[in-house]
Design a protein around this ligand. Structure first.
Ligand SMILES: Cc1cc2nc3c(=O)[nH]c(=O)nc-3n(C[C@H](O)[C@H](O)[C@H](O)COP(=O)(O)OP(=O)(O)OC[C@H]3O[C@@H](n4cnc5c(N)ncnc54)[C@H](O)[C@@H]3O)c2cc1C
Length: 484
């Protein structure tokens, strides 16, 4: 019998598998995706938010525990479990040596921007290189890895894991039989449910216009995170945490593919111009705060607009001041032509831009500071970087909500155990997106997804090994040091 079965094939699963194997357990990892698509959302990532008290290799200055915690507290509005959050935060200060030992390399951010250079360590080669390094290390250590292995059911005896079930399926034209895989312990790390259109529909419901908003959402990451096991665990009585409509949601290019568009479909010129909906009207302050602090609210904002559609409008003055999106914008020399090309109501669109232009107070434009270019007497206001849109050509980028990952998950504790009616299972553990909702009730701060997945993946792997009779490595025992 296998000692530890790990379900999932992203960062959290790989961290768990490596830890369990290092502790001496025999480990099998079941990745639902084919090999070419292995690595879940983790393959799209770029960085890890890291606590540090002094400069550390690629990280400048200091980012102490308390500041990290306060940042998290602010974005979640208090919807977080402090004990689990601090475990993830502390683990982020020393997990990188272990990551390096498994082949992950780090680099400073290419932009050299001080803000992220202090808080986030970037993966050289991105998340794709990270998951490839972990897979290589896992293979070298003797972890059995199986692809196309979508688990559809979990067999329990009360709160004890017994087996995982794979349905009969076709892989590369070959019919594979149904399987029952037993193990002494199991780690669930199969992501959120962002790729389950039906579940998203159910969670978001119908709005006052009779629309099903989630039908217009794009999924920024993997198509394989369908939440099958999350749903099944709920049916089996596991404790669930979080709100199904809470997720990390970005306004991305409406022309992005339905899945796996990744980071290059982001539109980063919102704060340099205005955003209008399909009625040609503005609906939110585009210059409320620095873009890195605001980009993750725009997915929800666009989801609230008619048709879940919006357009980011800039003029020539903005060109060169933001990362160019992968698809070119629609351009025109007049606002009327732009409205025509976009199919927007021309009179309303021109009125919106002219109202905005008139309300702009001339100041000293500085995109690197919260400058004094703002509007007066306009609703909604634009608080910073408000400059009249007067220099042709004008450009427009169509926006749609892009879901990064959902927050609904399994309730857990510092041992990463799955809970049933408030009691921890002794051999079933959870990590990554499947439990991130314990820390992220809402909101987001860049790099925390990988911090949670790495900390709890490692804890879950060590605990699963221990439950199967193998002493856990001391490196993984952040849980023991939890003091709050
Ligand atoms: C475009 C994008 C950019 C991001 N950038 C960052 C970043 O820079 N920093 C950061 O911290 N976070 C980032 N995130 C969030 C980050 O990806 C997640 O927080 C993190 O990857 C979660 O890891 P995970 O292992 O839990 O899930 P995933 O990496 O999504 O892995 C889930 C795995 O489970 C498998 N699976 C699903 N269902 C089953 C099943 N039934 N049976 C078997 N296997 C199954 C999937 O195939 C997949 O391999 C980003 C996300 C996206 C989409």
């Amino acid at each position: 019998m296998i000692d530890v079965l790990v379900i999932g094939g992203g960062n959290a699963a790989l961290c768990a598998a490596l830890m369990a194997r290092e502790a001496g357990a025999s480990v099998m990892l079941l990745e639902g995706a084919p090999k070419a698509w292995r690595g879940g959302n983790s393959q799209h990532t770029r960085n890890l938010r890291c606590m540090h008290d002094a400069p550390q290799d690629v990280l400048v200055d200091a980012y102490p525990e308390e500041e990290y915690w306060q940042d998290l507290l602010k974005v979640t509005g208090g919807l977080t479990n402090e004990k689990l959050a601090r475990i993830a935060i502390r683990a982020s200060s020393h997990c990188r040596d272990w990551m390096r030992a498994h082949g992950v390399h780090f680099q400073p951010p290419l932009s050299g921007a001080l803000h992220v250079a202090r808080t986030n360590a970037f993966f050289m080669g991105g998340g794709k290189a990270l998951v490839n390094a972990y897979y290589r290390s896992a293979e070298r250590l003797g972890v059995q890895i199986r692809y196309n292995a979508q688990v559809h059911d979990i067999e329990l005896e009360h709160d004890r894991f017994v087996a995982a079930h794979l349905a009969e399926r076709e892989v590369d034209g070959q019919r594979l039989p149904a399987e029952r895989i037993v193990a002494k312990a199991c780690v669930l790390a199969a992501g959120g449910f962002e790729s389950n259109r039906e579940w998203l529909r159910q969670a978001w419901g119908q709005n006052e216009r009779g629309e099903w908003p989630s039908d217009n959402f794009l999924i920024r990451g993997t198509r394989f995170n369908t939440g099958v096991l999350l749903k099944r665990m709920g049916e089996l009585g596991a404790d669930i945490i979080g709100d199904p409509t809470q997720a990390h949601m970005v306004a991305i290019d409406a022309r992005a593919p339905l899945y796996d568009g990744g980071i290059c479909t982001r539109i980063d010129c919102v704060s340099l111009g205005v955003v209008v909906n399909r009625d040609g009207e503005r609906f939110y302050d585009e210059g409320e705060d620095f873009w890195p602090k605001r980009y993750a609210i725009w997915g929800r904002l666009v989801a609230g607009q008619p048709g879940q559609q919006a357009y980011s409008i800039i003029d020539q003055q903005a060109i060169g001041r933001f990362m160019p999106p992968v698809f070119p914008g629609t351009s025109a020399n007049t606002l009327a032509d732009l409205a025509g090309k976009l199919g927007l109501p021309q009179t309303q669109f021109i009125q919106t831009i002219e109202d905005f232009n008139r309300a702009c107070q001339v100041g000293t434009f500085d995109h690197t500071a919260l400058d004094d270019c703002h509007t007066q007497g306009l609703t909604p206001a634009k608080s910073h970087w408000a400059r009249p849109l007067v220099k042709p050509p004008f450009y427009a980028y169509p926006l749609k909500p892009g879901v990064t990952f959902t927050y609904l998950g399994l309730a857990t504790d510092e041992t990463a155990a799955v809970h049933f009616a408030g009691k921890p299972s002794r051999n079933l553990f959870v990590a990554g997106e499947m439990m991130a909702g314990n820390v992220l009730g809402k909101g987001y701060t860049a790099g925390i997804g990988m911090a949670i997945g790495t900390a709890f993946g490692r804890i879950a792997g060590a605990q699963a090994a221990s439950s199967a009779g193998f002493a856990a490595s001391t490196q993984s025992m952040e849980a023991r040091h939890a003091t709050v």
